[in-house]
Design a binder for this molecule. Structure first.
Ligand code: SDX
Length: 430
């Protein structure tokens, strides 16, 4: 493979460096293109544009491979915990026993939010979407931890804002749920694991003082692990772009939460469940949904199918589909939405419209069924995605700030507006 590409414009040839990634991905470095040629490139949706070199996550969309720091997501889902996977992503290696104990302790120490923040919840109407609450609460954390504004002066690795945010995001999420159902909040417990605390803070109550079911805690671990990072997706790219202005970590993550909320991205899990609810509760036919999805109406997309990168089965969907089966076997209850999802998948994967466009189930297709089986309300699904993705966002944000040279993200454009014009006094306007 040559180390350079040649670009011929008119009669001039420009030599552009070629970069090869670990797994052979190829890029043409155009960092100096405009300076040398006066040209920029145009790539709507960044379908062909890399914004960074990264050592965190590898995705092979053609072969359905996802690895965090080189480790396949399937292995981590089977053998690891979410806290250990978060450490792997954020610090670049699996922790030894001492490192894991210290990291876990830092999460436990930071699990409470400032009591003043409880007042925020009272200001929201009961039907407030929990992603609106989560994004504003995360951004507001910077008010209580102003040391976050000096993050860049200190070593990010030892920064307390990383465990703080990882720990508090679940407390904020659980508190927002309790507020939405009018129940007293349940505080995190020092003797519970990260995921056990989430389920306990959400579902323990004085009328049902039950400890979270161990199997369901393990299911939540797997759910959060498969969501933990996914290289330069929409919300992660947002975290990087906003973070490149050197704003604090909380504001950068707040932006990522807002981007994730979109139904084309992390909000798809909520839309998948609403689609399956309609099919089960209103008796909508699956064939109707499939036909409407082919109608090209962007509002009739088959949510949970298709992916910018995966042109085969999303490996995360495979993991979660298997966990759905485990849940049904464990509790012996069939979940009608799972049956409809399996029927929908079977029909779609026989339909040339979808196969010809490489539209397969993605992570959002089965995750919603599992969240539902855990008792999590539909509007909270994107919040669970955000909790899972937080270690990925933080790891990418850290990598951005260790990049040399450090550049603020500022894309160019091709202007197609009017030529120079001049002000017209209102009396002279038509
Ligand atoms: C996530 O990027 C990531 O890594 C994201 C994510 C992560 O971990 O961060 O993996 C998480 O966001 C998963 C995706 C969740 N979104 C959905 O499930 C929403 C439904 N899917 C889509 O809207 C769509 O597939 C996207 C947004 C996911 C990808 O869109 P692209 O890459 O821009 O593809 P496209 O819109 O150009 O579609 C290509 C073709 C089009 O048809 P043609 O114009 O070629 O005839 O496929 C069709 C589309 O109409 N198509 C669909 C479809 N998705 C694409 N048709 C029906 N139903 C769908 N779901």
């Amino acid at each position: 493979m040559s180390e350079f590409a040649e670009l011929k414009i008119n009669d001039k040839i420009y030599i552009l460096p070629i970069i090869i990634g670990t797994r052979g991905e190829k890029a043409i470095d155009i960092s100096n293109l405009r300076k040398e040629s006066g040209f920029i490139t145009l790539d709507v949706g960044y379908q062909n544009t890399g914004t960074c070199k990264s050592a965190i996550t590898f995705v092979d969309g053609e072969r359905g491979i996802l690895r965090y720091r080189g480790i396949p997501v399937e292995e981590l889902a089977e053998k690891s915990t979410f806290v250990e996977t978060a450490y792997l992503l954020v610090f670049g290696k699996l922790p030894n026993k001492t490192e894991l104990a210290k990291f876990s302790a830092s999460l436990t120490e930071s699990s409470l939010i400032h009591e003043d923040m409880l007042n925020f919840f009272n200001g929201y109407p009961s039907g407030a979407h929990p992603m609106a609450i989560l994004s504003s609460m995360v951004s507001s954390l910077s008010v209580y931890y102003p040391d976050a504004f000096h993050l860049f002066e200190d070593d990010i690795d030892s920064d307390v804002n990383v465990p703080r945010l990882l720990s508090k995001i679940r407390t904020i999420a659980a508190f927002s749920y309790k507020k939405s159902i009018g129940e007293p909040i349940v505080y995190p417990r020092a003797d519970y694991s990260y995921c056990k605390n989430i389920l306990n803070m959400m579902f323990w109550s004085y009328s049902k003082p039950q400890e979270p079911d161990t199997f369901k805690v393990k299911v939540l671990e797997k759910l959060l692990i498969v969501h933990a990072d996914h290289e330069q997706n929409c919300s992660t790219s947002t975290v990087r772009l906003v973070g490149s202005s050197k704003v604090n970590l909380y504001a950068s993550i707040c932006a990522g939460i807002c981007a994730l909320w979109g139904p084309l991205h992390g909000g798809a899990n909520q839309k998948v469940m609403e689609m399956l609810d309609k099919i089960v509760e209103k008796g909508y036919s699956i064939d109707q949904f499939i036909e409407k999805a082919k109608s090209k109406d962007p509002n009739c997309r088959l949510m949970g199918f298709g992916h910018r990168i995966y042109k085969t089965y999303d490996p995360r969907a495979k993991v979660l589909k298997a966990v759905c089966d485990e849940m049904v076997k464990k509790y012996g209850v069939s979940e009608p939405r799972l049956e409809k999802a399996l029927e929908l998948e079977e029909k779609v994967l026989k339909d040339d419209y979808f196969l010809s466009r490489n539209l397969y189930p993605n992570v959002d297709f089965y995750s919603g069924i599992l969240f539902r089986m855990l008792g999590i309300p539909t509007k909270m699904f994107p919040v669970m995605f955000a909790i899972g993705r937080l270690p990925g966002w933080i790891s990418q944000w850290k990598e951005l700030h260790s990049t040399v040279p450090f550049k603020i993200g500022r894309p160019r454009q091709i202007y197609i507006g009017p030529e120079e014009a001049h002000y017209i006094p209102i009396e002279e306007r038509k």
